[in-house]
Write a protein that binds this ligand. Structure first.
Ligand code: ZN
Ligand code: ZN
Length: 417
């Protein structure tokens, strides 16, 4: 592989760090990433991309770099932030506020590190654009909005991403994680769970608290549903498979002596295979409807599925080939395998709709000594991870490692001159 492409990173480092601090200081909530989108699109134009489009799938940005015959390779970064009050105390900490989808005024922070993803992709796009004589093919750069709502990838696809721009033969992406800075972690096959959320309204019949015989009590109905749902993973999912069913929201009533009309549940599931996902979803629907019928409800429950992301599968052969390039460049001691992550990512949507492989890896952003000390004292779980108000990747070596990884991965799949 031609390393001269990466050698030019030295000249970009300071500018990329400034871009990162700018994005970090100005985080934007999902589907409101307009300022960030403008900055990122301008960076691609400055780098000499042939085509740059904004507002793809609401706030997404797409860049195309055509460089002769050869494979089409897609590099993807997300760039939305979260409603979290930053507590890092960094000089470039966010003090931003935003309005969430419910209309509430909330603090905003890049607590998942998507600002680092975006800065690294700008770096890699710039390096590849500046070294067209070193590769052949087409580079498709995608800045995807709204990863945190699990709808941004789908939104871009539905807006014609792969009809308006060249469809790639492979999708490459990365996520910064609470690993030691400079270290890359990967898995082959399923690496992150499929996520689905369900909102349920159980319809009963309200009455005075002293007259249960006049009611169809949705509180008792809801309690039975919650208890019965626990049996899905315990009794229906094969022991060798894994799944999570969580009822994270349960709301009913206003006062102790009033039986309410309705009860609401918010259910979240995590699965790793399409079979288990279908099984768990069907079991939840069956139980909700059956408990409602068992209570004698006149009205069927209302079920609404939302925020769905498929399991993220890092295609094994393509992942191994990409990791071989990483190992050659970074050295074996900086590459490690990772267990399954129960969180979810919607990057898998792109490869899934095209039927092409996705390669996705994690890379560290934490002070190595802090991680080692935490592991020694068996308190790894207490390290500030993604979504924590204290999550702040070290700018270096995180930035350089992320740029190098994306660039090496792209060069692994692009053609040679
Ligand atoms: Zn996140
Ligand atoms: Zn994230």
């Amino acid at each position: 592989m031609d390393r001269t492409v990466i050698a030019n990173l030295a000249d970009l480092r300071e500018d990329l760090a400034a871009l990162y601090r700018d994005l970090h200081r100005h985080p934007e909530l999902s589907l409101q990433e307009t300022r960030s989108a403008g900055l990122l699109a301008q960076r691609l134009r400055d780098a000499g991309f042939d085509e740059v489009a904004e507002r793809v799938g609401t706030t997404g940005v797409v860049g195309v770099l055509r460089n002769g015959d050869g494979p089409v390779v897609m590099l993807r970064a997300d760039f939305d932030a979260l409603p979290v009050q930053e507590k890092t105390g960094l000089p470039y900490a966010s003090r931003a506020r935003g309005v969430d989808p419910e209309g509430r005024d909330v603090p905003v922070m890049h607590a998942c590190g998507h600002d680092m993803h975006a800065a690294c992709l700008v770096g890699s796009a710039t390096l590849l654009a500046g070294a067209r004589d070193r590769w052949r093919g087409t580079l498709l750069v995608v800045f995807q909005p709204a990863e945190e709502l699990a709808c941004g990838a789908r939104g871009m696809v539905d807006d014609g991403l792969f009809e308006r721009f060249p469809a790639p033969q492979i999708v490459l992406g990365q996520h910064v994680a609470p690993l030691p800075a400079g270290v890359i972690g990967y898995g082959t096959g399923p690496v992150m769970a499929a996520a689905d959320s369900l909102s349920v309204t159980l319809h009963g019949r309200g009455a005075h608290g002293s007259r249960p015989e006049a009611s169809i009590d949705p509180v008792v109905m809801a309690a039975s549903v919650v208890t019965r749902l626990q049996g899905i993973v315990a009794r229906e999912v094969p022991p060798a498979e894994s799944a999570v069913v969580t009822v994270g929201r349960l709301q009913a009533g206003t006062k102790d002596n009033i039986i309410p009309d309705t009860a609401e549940l918010g259910v979240n599931i995590r699965t790793y295979t399409p079979q288990t996902r279908d099984l768990v979803r069907a079991a939840i629907e069956r139980i909700v409807r059956a408990e409602s019928a068992a209570s004698g409800a006149d009205t069927e429950p209302t079920l609404t599925w939302f925020a769905s992301a498929p399991a993220l599968v890092s295609e094994p052969d393509s992942t191994r080939a990409t990791m071989a390039a990483f190992t050659e460049h970074f050295g074996e001691q900086r590459i490690q395998t990772m267990p399954l992550v129960n969180a979810s990512e919607d990057v898998g949507v792109f490869g899934e709709v095209l039927g092409v492989p996705t390669v996705f890896w994690f890379w560290g952003g934490l002070e190595p000594e802090t991680v080692v000390a935490a592991m020694r004292e068996d308190r790894f779980d207490q390290l500030p991870g993604n979504h924590s108000p204290f999550f702040a990747p070290l700018i270096e070596p995180t930035l350089s490692t992320g740029v190098e990884a994306l660039t090496l991965a792209a060069l692994t799949w692009l053609g040679t001159p």
